[in-house]
Design a protein around this ligand. Structure first.
Ligand code: AMP
Ligand code: FE
Ligand code: FE
Ligand code: ZN
Length: 285
């Protein structure tokens, strides 16, 4: 009984459709999956329907780019109300910022004599939440680079000539938004953001959980995060962070989160919902 709680579809920078992801998850023997597209919940309805059809449990989610003490952190939101007004308004704002960022990256490429129109990137991305991977794929498609890695190395990585910083909200705002939409807030892949030292402050800001299991976490990393989760009273999550098949073998199936952790999330979500309901007699958790 295993889950994967970190997946990207083509509604952000993944390559799989929600239906394809669910079919693959089922073939991997997973019984629960979450969709965590960057700044988007648009794939959640289709993912929910596909899960219902294939007998998997679905957790609606998203991945927000936030900041604490000058460092970038990614905050996953789980069990979101995907019809929540303010959530949808804020996601639309983040998406517009992403589109503006693509335009700025293309303008910089232009000055480097690498002609790439933003409209070409948007046509390739065909989603409201485009990111650097779409620029990289467009550079390869146009013959400017041979591989995605080359595109990142030459142009798109931090401090490379076409790199443009991404808009980010404060971690406090990200956590508050997720809570307002009925969700649980989880710090994604702390290793990738060198975020270990931020965990106590994030816990104090109301963070609910820590992504302990992740493709980029070594076994000692995972053990360290499990200990930190216990120390700070955080829930434990995990996922592959699969982006489809853009870079060789899909990561889906590489992380198998024991289902007991999903049950702990469900219980925390119920406690939070009881606390939010006025007149509730539930004791604070
Ligand atoms: P963005 O959100 O637009 O800054 O893009 C970040 C995404 O780019 C990450 O989620 C990764 O999927 C992808 N990414 C980052 N570095 C690389 C790389 N070197 N090669 C391919 N994809 C990358
Ligand atoms: Fe991504
Ligand atoms: Fe991330
Ligand atoms: Zn991700």
């Amino acid at each position: 009984m295993f889950a994967d709680l970190h997946l990207h579809s083509h509604f952000s920078d993944g390559t799989f459709a929600p239906e394809e992801m669910v079919a693959r998850a089922r073939r991997c023997g997973l019984i629960a999956v979450a969709l965590t597209d960057h700044d988007s919940v648009e794939g959640c309805e289709r993912m929910r329907a596909a899960c219902a059809a294939q007998g998997l449990e679905f957790v609606p989610g998203t991945e927000l780019t936030a900041e604490l003490h000058g460092s970038e952190v990614h905050i996953l939101g789980y069990y979101l109300d995907i019809t929540h007004r303010r959530l949808l308004t804020e996601l639309a704002r983040f998406q517009r910022a992403r589109q503006d960022r693509i335009r700025e990256m293309c303008a910089r490429l232009q000055t480097l004599n690498v002609p790439l129109e933003a409209e070409t990137v948007f046509a390739l991305a065909r989603c409201n939440s485009p990111g650097r991977p779409h620029v990289a794929r467009s550079l390869v498609a146009a013959g400017h680079c041979r591989t995605l890695d080359e595109a990142f190395e030459r142009f798109l990585k931090r401090d490379r000539p076409a790199w443009v910083p991404k808009a980010r909200i404060s971690a406090r705002e990200a956590i508050a938004l997720i809570h307002e939409a009925g969700g649980l807030a989880v710090l994604a892949h702390p290793v990738l953001n060198h975020a270990d030292h931020l965990i106590p402050a994030l816990a104090a800001e109301g963070l609910d959980g820590l992504e302990c299991f992740h493709t980029k976490h070594s076994e000692p990393d995972t053990q360290r995060y499990l200990a930190l989760a216990t120390q700070h009273g955080l829930l434990v999550t995990g996922g592959s962070d699969c982006h489809g098949d853009s870079k060789g073998r899909p990561l889906l199936g590489s992380i198998k989160l024991p289902y007991a952790y999903v049950e702990a999330l469900q219980a925390a979500r119920r406690r939070r919902a009881r606390r939010r309901r006025p007149g509730s007699r539930a004791a604070p958790a």
